[in-house]
Design a protein around this ligand. Structure first.
Ligand SMILES: [Zn+2]
Length: 280
């Protein structure tokens, strides 16, 4: 079993959520894909005609099932955003956070950029005027940064391991690259110092929070050394800052590659627990 099965099971078991908290997204509409991705890239995905090089950059061979899965996940992020905006305050996608996908290509296991797609769709329909992306996955949000490089309505913030993938990091509106081995104290102090002022300055209509748990010391890919408790405190602080300002939050899980699956589940479950504790 993988984390996408175990995480909801754990949350149901402990009572953090109930069956009626679930929503089941439909596949994302083509128009919404095309507000973020180029027609050429979408055509290649649809017709399964990515070059070997393009497929290798994504990291897995493309199959129709993976495209369908990506469309459902991206719609899930859009649904979360609408739920958060329309009264829930916070909504969480059990997957998503595919921030290495660019307008015209995928990479790093990311086919569609779900947060960019959701943000562009809501800006297009006029449901929101201003967005902030708080990307705290250990990997820099290169695709998101690039897509929104010239979009003043979207503020992109990325906290990441300075030496983690990707090597080339297109600038976000604000990038914070942490040295290898960064622990709770430095990580959290930076967050405490920066986030409240940023939110006050930007006052977005909606926040996307990419809550990757690959910042953990136990993570096989991440180069930082944050503890489980530190990671949970990160999530609590982000939620509290947004709640205090009346900002709705849509959350995408992002990466998590600790050796023990139980650690990954615990860290992702903490994100749901903190959302519950702060918002309800
Ligand atoms: Zn990651």
């Amino acid at each position: 079993m993988d984390k996408y099965t175990l995480l909801p099971e754990q949350l149901l078991y402990e009572g953090t959520i109930t069956e009626d908290n679930f929503f089941a997204p439909q596949p994302l509409a083509e128009e919404a894909i095309l507000r973020t991705h180029t027609p050429e890239y979408w055509e290649k995905l649809k017709t399964n005609s990515l070059s070997v090089k393009e497929a290798r950059a994504i990291g897995f061979p493309m199959r129709e099932a993976l495209i369908s899965r990506g469309r459902v996940i991206a719609q899930g992020t859009l649904d979360c955003a609408r739920l958060a905006l329309n009264g829930a305050g916070v909504a969480l996608n059990i997957a998503g956070g595919t921030h290495h996908s660019f307008a015209d290509r995928g990479e790093g296991f990311c086919v569609f950029n779900d947060i960019a797609i959701a943000a562009n769709e809501l800006l297009f329909t006029g449901e929101i005027q201003k967005v902030m992306v708080i990307d705290l996955d250990v990997h820099q949000g290169n695709g998101t940064a690039h897509i929104f490089a010239n979009e003043p309505r979207v503020f992109t913030l990325s906290f990441h391991g300075a030496k983690n993938y990707p090597n080339r990091k297109p600038p976000s509106d604000l990038d914070v690259g942490f040295p290898d081995g960064t622990t709770d104290k430095d990580y959290l102090e930076t967050l405490y110092k920066m986030l409240p002022d940023l939110l006050d300055a930007e006052l977005p209509d909606l926040v996307f929070f990419l809550s990757g748990v690959d910042i953990l010391a136990s993570d096989k890919l991440g180069r930082l050394a944050v503890s489980l408790a530190g990671c949970r405190e990160r999530d609590r602080f982000v939620f509290q800052c947004c709640k205090d300002r009346g900002l709705p939050v849509a959350v995408c899980m992002g990466g998590g590659y600790s050796e023990r699956l139980a650690t990954i589940i615990e860290a992702h479950a903490n994100t749901f627990r903190m959302a519950d504790a702060v918002f309800y």
